[in-house]
Ligand binder design. Structure first.
Ligand code: N01
Length: 544
């Protein structure tokens, strides 16, 4: 391994070539700044590069899962309402052609470490070329981390993990270079979040047998997938401009919002009619387009859970599975863990080739050479074992990089007892470092491209302001972090999110501080905060 230093410093070094990173590259470059993106994958797309497991597709409507600029959406069509990972990748390649992005991106290059030089007021960033094993140091004024919320996969430390003799993959590390056969195989899937549900749906079509190892039931919603013809896309485009700009005014960055009243203000009949309408529309409508007290009022929440349970049980022909898949008493309020969108998930359990193991009553004891052994002594023999076990979400991609300030303090250490940020963008003690779509921003509560663009634009303007005013050092103040935390706590206190052990709360990773990782006030409130900051000269930051 050799180390060399690239001589000419950058204005901005961006980590990650997903939506957030590409937005930074395109906009900052157009403003005349010297920008380069480092991406550890061999291609564009961020999560859409890594998550190429069978069935992977968006849970956001394709038309809204794009950037808002007409120059991009005018000529792009997804062929389904909820496009597959490979079509989303195609969209990234289309953007690349339009915006000429790749010339300023190093692929297959992992950002390993960064150190701040106080005298020079810049970062020294160590990047590893994964194909040659060589590292080099790149100097940059600003470091912008666009590592997304799902770049650090989590595989539980099951005893015997390495002894399995079949094929085993985490969904976010699925092989890129070949198709993993599913047909005629005995497949085990651990986890039933968005990834597990999608893998189950594909596997059950062709596998000899699929076993879901379930710890907590998934309260999924009907996707209502449909093909999108060119004519339909063309008709739909008439509404795009309006819908794209409306995204910024809605909590979840989509083209719809919550119903502005409590479910309890409606009569039982009215409420039922509303739930039926949302259910028929499908997708995230029953989640982010429902009554606005759904995640704040247990009674409201229960009304929807009972509706959901009735609809779901009606699809499961084996009443003995009802308590497992759609229990009488839910383990947590409905929708405070991210619901998946499903096409035939609950129907699968009517098939003879699909089984379910309840890990709550029968835990995984160990992984064996042949499969998975559970506490009841049964060895579930498998050819393919799928870890759909999620991510060290939101903060994990950032803390995976060894970042040190000039005093030698580590960034990962400063978040050890919980993330703390000013405006979900920067952390005190670490100058000239910002993140987009990270902790304490709307990030995972918001449609990805909308958040990448909306928060991203504010970061672009902030950096442009610093550069043009010859301000070479920017650091979040501890007071601003405290005020941001207070705002988050005030909004989150009456909410039901803390009643579930979810990745939203950091509760899925052993030892991780349990705290709400996103800003819970919605995109419009977030943007009001950051725009006010800009209008007042960025008082949350010390500028020099
Ligand atoms: O991960 P998850 P994901 N023993 O964390 C289980 C986005 N996404 O990759 O619920 C046994 O949601 C865990 O069980 P439990 C989307 O935002 C989007 O599916 O903690 N089981 C759970 O069932 C999503 O929310 C798309 O009890 C264990 C599962 O593993 C986010 O990424 C597609 C376990 C993890 O579910 C993450 O989704 C994919 C253990 N020790 C992902 N540890 C689309 O848009 C964990 N589990 C379609």
């Amino acid at each position: 391994m050799t180390t060399s230093t690239s001589t000419e410093p950058l204005d901005v070094l961006v980590v990650g070539a997903g939506y957030a990173g590409l937005y930074q590259l395109d906009k900052l470059r157009k403003l005349g700044h010297k920008v380069h993106v480092f991406e550890s994958a061999d291609g564009l797309g961020g999560v859409w590069y890594w998550n190429c497991y069978p069935g992977a597709r968006t849970d956001s409507l394709g038309p809204m899962y794009q950037f808002g600029a007409e120059e991009l959406w005018r000529d792009w069509n997804f062929s389904e309402l909820y496009p597959t990972w490979s079509e989303v990748r195609d969209y990234f390649h289309y953007m690349d052609q339009k915006l000429d992005l790749s010339k300023d991106i190093s692929f297959g290059t992992e950002v390993k470490a960064a150190r701040f030089d106080e005298d020079q007021r810049r970062w020294s960033v160590e990047v590893l070329d994964k194909s040659t094993g060589q590292t080099r140091t790149v100097l940059t004024r600003h470091l912008v981390l666009c590592t997304g919320f799902g770049s650090k996969p989590y595989t539980p430390d099951f005893p015997g993990l390495d002894t399995f003799e079949g094929e085993a993959y985490h969904t976010a590390r699925w092989p890129q270079d070949r198709e993993v056969p599913l047909a005629g195989r005995r497949i085990g899937v651990i986890g039933n979040g968005a990834s597990g549900v999608q893998v189950m749906q594909e596997s059950a079509k062709v596998a000899e047998h699929v076993t879901l190892f379930q710890r907590t039931p998934m309260f999924a919603l009907p996707m209502r997938q449909k093909p999108m013809s060119d004519e339909e896309n063309a008709r739909d485009k008439d509404t795009y401009a309006e819908r794209m700009s409306a995204r910024l005014n809605h909590f979840g960055g989509l083209d719809f919002d919550f119903i502005p009243r409590s479910a309890l203000d409606d009569s039982d009949e009215e409420r039922r009619a509303t739930y039926e309408r949302l259910w028929a529309e499908g997708g995230f409508k029953p989640w982010l387009g429902t009554y606005n007290d759904m995640f704040f009022n247990s009674e409201t929440n229960r009304t929807f859970y009972e509706f959901w349970r009735e609809k779901t049980r009606a699809r499961i022909n084996k009443p003995e599975l009802w308590e497992l898949l759609a229990p009488t008493e839910p383990p947590h309020p409905w929708g405070v863990k991210r619901p998946s969108l499903e096409q035939n998930y609950y129907d699968l359990f009517n098939q003879d080739n699909v089984g379910i193991v309840d890990l709550r009553s029968n835990a995984i004891e160990r992984i064996t050479p042949k499969g998975v052994r559970t506490a009841d002594g049964v060895e579930h023999e498998l050819d393919l074992l799928v870890f759909a076990t999620g991510f060290d979400a939101v903060s994990g991609g950032i803390t995976a990089i060894d970042i040190y300030n000039a005093k030698g303090e580590s960034f990962a250490d400063t978040w050890k007892h919980g993330v703390h940020t000013a405006l979900g963008t920067a952390t005190a003690g670490f100058p000239n470092l910002m993140f987009v779509y990270g902790p304490q921003s709307p990030s995972a509560f918001c449609n990805g491209p909308t958040a990448a663009e909306a928060q991203g634009q504010w970061v672009v303007e902030f950096i442009d302001h610093l550069q043009k005013n010859n301000l070479t050092r920017v650091e979040a103040t501890p007071e601003a972090e405290q005020r941001w935390q207070e705002q988050i706590d005030e909004i989150a206190a009456p909410a039901l999110f803390s009643e579930a052990k979810s990745w939203y709360m950091g509760a899925n990773i052993p030892g991780k501080k349990v705290q709400l990782l996103m800003y819970p006030g919605g995109l419009p409130a977030y943007l009001a905060n950051v725009h006010e900051s800009a209008a007042n000269g960025y008082p949350e930051f010390a500028l020099a």
